[in-house]
Design a protein around this ligand. Structure first.
Ligand code: AMP
Ligand code: GLY
Length: 433
């Protein structure tokens, strides 16, 4: 079979790489792809981003099914378009993608269906928002309603900082349409986890848990980023927490969307805050897999992923099963000089292998890279690579990943040296380090 993966990040390299491990797969096209997907055996880049042109391609080339990685084409209606042309595609419709593309939609949905989340109010008027913040006190969180590429959330430690964020979004219009409405919500304490499931509109198949590191610098300092590393499983998601998330968050969301007449199909990602007592609240929904969470998750899948997608597309996810590698997978993101504010492009990358795999247990997934005409791989974006390794413990996976990082080099390369620290501290506390 021939498959199509839409996107150009590390998430898409990892999904396409895993699909291509299936003996059923002849070729996976990645649109538009990156320097890694250009060099990976069985993968080909497709330099198309226009949605109608992608549908034409899928039809002409008899693509068995398409998997959409990022939120932008989903929010633009790629799934509606493909379906209207009778093409198989895994992802949410434009209406269902509002769980991610509008924070106000997601909060109102959660409130209506009794799904645990922080108390909130939505504003279009700055004076009312400022008054609500003054009444509520700090810390408090201000979020732009629309898609803002990870830059729409201000976790404010003072009332003044929160009010300044409101002014920036509602008065100065600095986030454009995305910030024309703001959600102001209570600050939640705890440990974050990413909980990603596949949905077919009615049934749910949970993927392995994971945890991302959002801050740029070691010890969770510095600015927020798209994610500087991740690992799977996340020890904070104990079997009890897992059961609770399914019962209180995931199933009510999937059933609630169906009841509201907008069944959710595709990957549903709940960003969770797990309190010390094990209670769970939803910070956000994404309508796609996480990046970089996908890279360690894909590294751990042992089943034929094409069969899982076929169940999802046929509405029989209740009959699907994924065999997981029991080991931990841990991914370290290598970012460009100047990331996240102003990443530099064009730096040559040394020390890469031809495909993602280096040996048995280490994979280098590309994101912001491009293959030049001279076959040199250069940086083209903020997050450049995600070096992912498997190991019997978080520590072993971590040291394997950092050994592989040491082989790679480009000017201005930035990375965190403590990916996995929360999981390692948890094991240490439990006497298992
Ligand atoms: P979001 O895009 O909504 O996930 O927010 C981005 C990041 O902001 C999250 O990963 C959290 O680290 C933080 N955050 C968001 N909402 C809250 C909240 N209510 N309380 C504490 N931290 C939050
Ligand atoms: N790593 C967080 C995200 O993909 O949204």
């Amino acid at each position: 079979m021939k498959l199509l993966v839409v996107g150009s990040g590390g998430r898409e390299h990892a999904i396409a790489w895993r699909l291509a491990r299936s003996p059923r797969v002849q070729r996976v096209y990645v649109a538009p792809g990156n320097g890694g997907t250009a060099r990976e055996p069985l993968l080909s880049n497709l330099p198309i981003t226009d949605l109608a042109a992608l549908a034409d391609y899928a039809e002409r080339e008899q693509i068995s099914f398409t998997v959409v990685g990022p939120e932008a084409p989903l929010a633009a209606g790629i799934v509606d378009l493909f379906r209207s042309r009778g093409l198989k595609v895994f992802g949410p419709t434009r209406a269902a993608a509002q769980l991610e593309s509008s924070k106000d939609f997601a909060k109102a949905f959660m409130t209506r269906h009794g799904i645990p989340t922080a108390a909130y109010r939505t504003f279009t008027d700055a004076a009312s928002a400022r008054a609500y913040i003054a009444e509520r006190g700090a810390p408090i969180v201000v979020k732009a309603d629309g898609l803002a590429a990870g830059k729409g959330v201000v976790v404010a430690s003072t009332v003044g900082e929160a009010q300044a964020a409101v002014d920036m979004m509602l008065l100065d219009n600095r986030m454009g349409d995305a910030g024309a409405r703001v959600v102001v919500e209570d600050f939640l304490q705890g440990e974050e986890a990413s909980f990603i499931v596949m949905c077919d509109g009615r049934h749910v198949l949970a993927l392995a848990s994971s945890q991302d590191h959002k801050r740029l610098l070691d010890h969770d300092a510095g600015p927020n980023t798209g994610g500087m590393g991740a690992y799977s499983p996340a020890p904070v998601v104990t079997p009890e927490v897992h059961a609770r998330v399914m019962r209180e968050v995931i199933l009510p969301t999937v059933h609630g969307m169906a009841a509201d007449g907008i069944p959710f199909t595709g990957f549903l990602y709940a960003g969770l805050m797990v309190a010390p007592n094990g209670s769970v609240k939803t910070l956000e929904f994404n309508c796609r897999m996480g990046d970089p969470e996908t890279q360690p998750i894909m590294a751990r899948i042992k089943s034929d992923l094409t069969e899982v997608f076929e169940h999802a597309l046929a509405g029989t996810l209740d009959q699907a099963h994924i065999d997981w590698d029991r080991r931990t997978a841990l991914g370290v993101v290598l970012a460009a000089h100047g990331y996240p504010d102003d990443p530099r492009k064009g730096d040559a990358i040394a020390g890469l292998s031809e495909g993602a795999a280096i040996g048995e247990d280490t994979l280098v997934f590309h994101a912001g890279t491009q293959l030049d005409t001279d076959r040199a791989v250069r940086t083209t974006g903020g997050r450049v690579l995600c070096v992912t390794a498997l190991g019997d413990s978080v520590k072993v996976a971590q040291s394997r990943a950092y050994e592989a990082v040491a082989q790679i080099c480009f000017d201005g390369m930035q990375f965190r040296r403590d990916i996995g620290h929360l999981a390692i501290a948890r094991r240490r506390d439990a006497g298992k380090a």
